[in-house]
Design a binder for this molecule. Structure first.
Ligand code: FAD
Ligand code: NAD
Length: 466
């Protein structure tokens, strides 16, 4: 048998790659992980989930202090001022601690961290700078990068037209920020800068925000963001941009075609999606071609068509989410070790961390209706005692169940803590729960989670509190 440097070599240390590396090492495999960034943790820890949540958290405090929410609860403050360098500093600290945490976990689990950019030489060999490394199994976990918008050139250093990485690092609060793309990044970062004082306009190509989410949730979200002061330009596309004297002038057109207009902004955030990272991997050397969307296709076990080469995370089809990448990381390591690693792609929750949060798992009402007969139960947060007490009554919970079997097919939530509440729905669905199972599960009072129980009770028309 051939002699390899490692049993497993992972390319990329994002939530997919670092989790795969740790699990492979836990299973006794000699493991290395190549990362081209200076720090471990990939997009998520360096320029994604973690820094964005730090800014979301801090900007919520600022808004609550500023808009009288704290005063209403008896917390009297003098004048409220924003210290943006302090907020950015806290964000940087969280990133440093968490990326450092992965380095610690690599050491603890004896995963070798190889610094540099990997490219294939053959199916069991990569080059990293002037090193050549061989492995019995190679996992591609190279993640994704921002999709560019033709005619709208991003320059994060100049800070006028930025992508999410630049949008997380601004050293000033823009007067007018135009967000191109009303998806997850646009709404999260748009919320941050709106709370900190910017006027925010979201330009979205489609006729609703948040593609892929339940229709009713998309409509209600638009209402809430408008109520919060965001201007929404739906069914509109940006066709070009010029920058002069620290200001951008955008050209906008109706998506369906029509008269063009211009819009000025001192900051433009381009957030129209992300695309898989396969460039520079020299996939040609192993005969592996990405699909039309640039993704690497795998089978259910995360094997590519090339023996010994596996792929996980944002670089393969499916939602681009950190927890999906992590679960695939565990599964691929277990499959490489000869165990059975499985990810149930039908039950992957997604959360938008705005205020209120927006979360869903399973089928949308539209998709479920198309697939068969369904029953739907809804419960407004307005009728949930904890939400009422906390004065966070926006939103609702919706449970979609099969009309015959009562099995839960999807759950959609808009609520201040929807991201936490959705975990219960995912667990229930993973165990094949019916709406009755959730309705007859005792939920602690007073919690937002009771709204899920009530929505489940509403599936059969019997909620208590409305
Ligand atoms: P990545 O995290 O992208 O990691 C891939 C790594 O591979 C990178 O570090 C890259 O440098 C490295 N790499 C690439 N090519 C090579 C090479 N040839 N050699 C060596 N190294 C290489 N998801 C959520 O679930 N929740 C959130 O709240 C959330 N917030 C986000 C906020 C923002 C602003 C962004 C941009 C994304 C967010 N995401 C969120 C998405 C999440 O970050 C990704 O889904 C996740 O990081 C994907 O993990 P991954 O391991 O597949 O790839
Ligand atoms: P997205 O796919 O969520 O949204 C992009 C939006 O841009 C869509 O609504 C799309 O219709 C619109 N769009 C596309 N082209 C346009 C154009 N020319 N003009 C106007 N609008 C246009 O993408 P994103 O917000 O960039 O996020 C990228 C990925 O990162 C997502 O897949 C998401 O899963 C992940 N992410 C997740 C989280 C989270 O889980 N909380 C947070 C941030 C990012």
């Amino acid at each position: 048998m051939a002699d390899y440097d490692y049993d497993v070599l992972i390319i990329g240390s994002g939530p997919g790659g670092y989790v795969a590396a740790i699990r492979a090492a836990q299973l006794g495999l000699k493991t290395a992980c190549v990362e081209s960034r200076e720090t471990l943790g990939g997009t998520c820890l360096n320029v994604g989930c973690i820094p964005s949540k730090a800014l979301l958290h801090g900007s919520e405090f600022f808004e609550e202090a500023h808009d009288g929410t704290l005063a209403k609860f008896g917390v009297k403050l003098g004048s409220v001022e924003l210290d943006l360098p302090a907020l950015q500093g806290e964000k940087a600290l969280a990133v440093k601690e968490l990326t450092g945490g992965i380095a610690f976990l690599f050491k603890k689990n004896k995963v070798t961290w190889i610094k540099g950019r990997a490219a294939f030489k053959d199916a069991h060999t990569v080059t990293v700078g002037d090193q050549t490394i061989t492995a019995k199994n190679i996992v591609i976990a190279t993640g994704s990068s921002v999709t560019p918008l033709p005619g709208v050139a991003v320059d994060n250093d100049a800070g006028v037209i930025v992508d999410s990485t630049g949008g997380l690092a601004l050293d000033r609060v823009p007067e007018h920020m135009v967000v191109i793309g009303g998806g997850v990044i646009g709404l999260e970062l748009g919320s941050v800068w709106r709370r900190l004082g910017a006027r925010v306009t979201v330009v979205e190509f489609l006729d609703q925000l948040l593609p892929g989410m339940d229709g009713e949730v998309r409509k209600e979200s638009a209402k809430l963001f408008k109520k919060q002061g965001m201007e929404l330009r739906l069914s509109t596309k940006v066709t070009g941009a010029t920058v002069s004297g620290g200001k951008a002038t955008l050209t906008l057109e109706p998506s369906a075609g029509g008269a063009a207009e211009t819009l000025e902004a001192d900051c433009v955030l381009v957030s129209i999606g992300r695309r898989p990272n396969t460039e520079g991997l020299n996939l040609e050397a192993i005969g592996l071609a990405p699909n039309k969307r640039g993704q690497i296709e795998t089978d259910h076990d995360f094997r590519t068509t090339i023996d010994g080469v596996w792929a996980i995370g944002d670089v393969i089809p499916g939602p681009m989410l950190a927890h999906k990448a992590e679960d695939e990381g565990i599964a691929v390591a277990e499959n490489i070790a000869g165990l059975t690693g499985i990810v149930n792609h039908a039950v992957i929750p997604s959360v938008v961390y705005t205020m209120p949060e927006i979360a869903g798992v399973g089928l949308t009402e539209e998709a479920a209706r198309e697939a068969g007969d369904i029953k739907v139960g809804k419960f407004p947060m307005m009728a949930n005692s904890r939400a009422k007490t906390n004065r966070e009554t926006d939103g609702f919970v919706k449970v979609i169940a099969d009309a015959k079997t009562d099995k839960v097919l999807g759950v959609w939530i808009i609520a201040s803590v929807a991201g936490t509440m959705i975990a219960e729905a995912a667990l229930g669905m993973e165990f094949g729960a019916t709406s009755e199972d959730i309705a007859y599960t005792c939920h602690a009072h007073p919690t937002h989670a009771e709204a899920l129980k009530e929505a489940a009770m509403a599936v059969n028309g019997k909620p208590i509190h409305i």
